[in-house]
Design a protein around this ligand. Structure first.
Ligand code: 16G
Length: 203
């Protein structure tokens, strides 16, 4: 058996039921928030998010039942996703590697209140380097004042650095530029355009 054929399974038992992680949760515990230019008042981190009922962790297969898709629908159109479709996508993301969907849970109510994804591209350039992309950032806006947006973005940005990316990129609405600048993202002069081609009826 070669390495690519091994699907590593991280499983946490919750209330006696197994719940599988998309990626190893342990890496989030060692992220050094002092490396980020973001200012947190009070100081928090992925390991210590500031409330004992909050946890920052990788997406779990069981998050279908914790409002993950409803949370994403605050960002854009999600569609009607069955449990089977969700399960198959989770399995494919895990098998292919490079998908770090990260969430914040309010454990008092068992609901997800923030999410962001790091995707990693394998490159030939820069000595076969890696490029990170920040995707699908969303927080539940009823949790104001908890620094959730900063917390989830800084978490996946530090994760990109920890995993060896040479840069991390994002596209966003104009009104969010200042927010991302405060977390260390820069509009590079002459190199700051995002362009899209939209396709009708994708399969
Ligand atoms: C924003 C998101 C992007 C998401 C897109 C969805 C961030 C940093 N950017 O650009 O990840 O995929 O919105 O919009 O979260 P769309 O449905 O118009 O493609």
């Amino acid at each position: 058996m070669v390495n690519q054929d091994i699907l590593i399974i991280w499983i946490k038992y919750q209330d006696g039921k197994p719940s599988e992680y998309l990626y190893s949760p342990e890496i989030l515990q060692r992220l050094d928030f002092n490396k980020s230019p973001a200012i947190f008042k009070p100081k928090i981190s992925a390991a210590q998010p500031g409330e004992d009922w909050m946890v920052v962790r990788p997406l779990q297969r069981s998050d279908y039942d914790k409002g993950f898709l409803q949370l994403l629908s605050q960002l854009t159109n999600v569609g009607n996703i069955s449990r089977k479709l969700f399960d198959d996508r989770f399995t494919k993301m895990k098998q292919s590697g490079g998908y770090y969907v990260t969430v914040i849970e309010d454990t008092r109510v068992g609901k997800l209140i923030g999410a962001a994804t790091l995707t990693i591209e394998q490159k030939f350039i820069h000595n076969c380097s890696l490029r990170g992309r920040l995707e699908d950032v969303v927080v539940n806006d009823t949790y104001r004042g908890k620094q959730l947006g900063k917390l989830i973005v800084v978490t996946v940005s530090l994760l990109a650095q920890e995993l060896g990316c040479y840069k991390m990129s994002l596209d966003c609405k104009d009104k969010l530029i200042k927010f991302y600048e405060s977390l260390g993202y820069k509009m590079e002069p002459g190199n700051s355009n995002a362009m899209n081609m939209r396709f009708d009826d994708p399969s």
